[in-house]
Design a protein around this ligand. Structure first.
Ligand code: MG
Length: 416
């Protein structure tokens, strides 16, 4: 069997859901999803030239071959987003060729269904971000609207104060628990009502801001009730002293984890936060390959490990990261902002690792998430994904629906 080509398509959703399809001379093909990046699809197609003529079943070797080829770019970054999606597509292809599910290829199942946690970013309407995190109106929503601010995610002034009030967090938590989720996540790097926007570069907080964040945590946990757990994402925005102060002040709440209180480049600083508080600290969405997780795990920087399987190097590499976490007695809650293809791939891997905690779902406000899979049967029900029994990923992308929401200017699996 030989790889004959590699094609891409981009669905314009809350992020660019970037899909890669690997074709073979046996007519079997596989589909994977990559974490977005500027210029990503051109890079993916360049990897296609590297893989053409290779046996697609040699998934581990081809992963190494792609890593070596990308060594000029260093470990990490967009090349690894491309590699991750391609590797997942190769595993889908391999499963279909051998007639077994991807979870079987990854070592078999520890569980028949995986728990999904809902990212609840408190806003009600779709927030769509381009590959450089600038807000946009997608083409299918009539993009180019003058109301499209084009502001960056990290620029101040976004959002209405009511969205970020404790009552709004509590109400949203109650709503999500009623929908069957036992895991939730809220943003904590949010505007504080009545306060001037913080300096986004200095990252410092005034006492009143920390007080407000504590109230948000209390409200969300109370809204979630005793049968659900809530994580809180800080998006790397705080200084070490503020992170310690915040983490210790929410210790009375049953927080699942406080995510990225300080930037990921400094595991020693994270370790200081972790050792200063009983609030569990989580990090990982910005790290690549098992090597990228090694130092943080070795210095005790983490309580919960949050790799992103669409960027960390792929599914087999994700499994190696999970094994490394298990070696340190830590649970894994994969970060996931992908569409149904990447989410399903993540569920296959989540089923195949012992120390799995919960898998993120970040597309609550994308109206066509379930339509993208043929048959339209919801992927997530009652806060869980039941693993398909069919070969490969076990579900098919609905090409007509994907084309309807495709990003203008991007090839759609070889069509322009
Ligand atoms: Mg995060």
């Amino acid at each position: 069997m030989k790889i004959t080509g590699l094609q891409t398509a981009v669905v314009e959703a809350n992020f660019d859901w970037t899909l890669v399809r690997v074709e073979s001379d046996h007519g079997v093909r596989g589909l994977g999803e990559c974490f977005f990046a500027p210029g990503l699809t051109a890079m993916i197609r360049e990897f296609g030239e590297l893989l053409e003529g290779e046996n697609p079943l040699d998934t581990d070797r081809l992963y190494q071959k792609m890593r070596w080829a990308a060594s000029g770019t260093g470990i990490g970054g967009a090349a690894f987003h491309a590699i991750s999606g391609i590797e997942a597509a190769l595993l889908d292809l391999k499963g279909r060729a051998l007639g077994v599910p991807v979870w079987q290829l990854l070592g078999g199942r520890f569980r028949d269904s995986v728990r999904v946690y809902a990212d609840c970013h408190a806003g009600e309407s779709l927030e769509s971000l381009g590959p450089l995190l600038r807000r946009r109106t997608p083409a299918w929503m009539g993009g180019g609207d003058p109301a499209d601010t084009g502001t960056g995610y990290f620029e101040a002034g976004a959002g209405e104060a009511e969205e970020f009030a404790p009552e709004a967090y509590a109400a949203r938590a109650r709503e999500m628990v009623a929908r069957g989720f036992t895991g939730l996540k809220f943003d904590l790097d949010v505007p504080v009502p009545g306060a001037a926007p913080p300096d986004p570069y200095a990252r410092g907080m005034l006492p009143g801001q920390i007080d407000h964040l504590v109230r948000l945590v209390e409200a969300a946990c109370e809204g979630a009730g005793p049968n659900a757990e809530v994580a809180f994402d800080c998006h790397w925005r705080f200084t070490l002293p503020d992170a310690v102060r915040l983490a210790t002040r929410i210790e009375h709440c049953p927080v699942a984890w406080l995510e990225d209180p300080t930037p990921p480049e400094n595991p020693a600083a994270l370790a200081r936060v972790t050792s200063a508080t009983s609030t569990p600290i989580g990090c990982g969405e910005n790290w690549y390959t098992r090597e990228g997780f090694r130092e943080a795990l070795a210095v005790g920087a983490l309580d919960v490990v949050l790799p992103d399987f669409q960027k960390c190097g792929g599914l087999a590499e994700g499994k190696r990261i999970a094994e490394l976490a298990d070696l340190h007695d830590l649970p894994v809650s994969p970060h996931n902002i992908s569409g149904p293809i990447g989410t399903l791939a993540g569920a296959h891997l989540a089923a195949a690792i012992p120390n799995f905690k919960s898998l993120e779902f970040h597309a609550l406000d994308v109206p066509f998430f379930d339509e993208l899979l043929e048959g339209g049967e919801p992927l997530i029900a009652g806060g869980h994904i039941v693993l398909p029994e069919g070969p490969g990923l076990g579900r098919e992308l609905d090409l007509d629906v994907a084309r309807r929401y495709a990003k203008p200017g991007e090839p759609f699996f070889g069509e322009l």
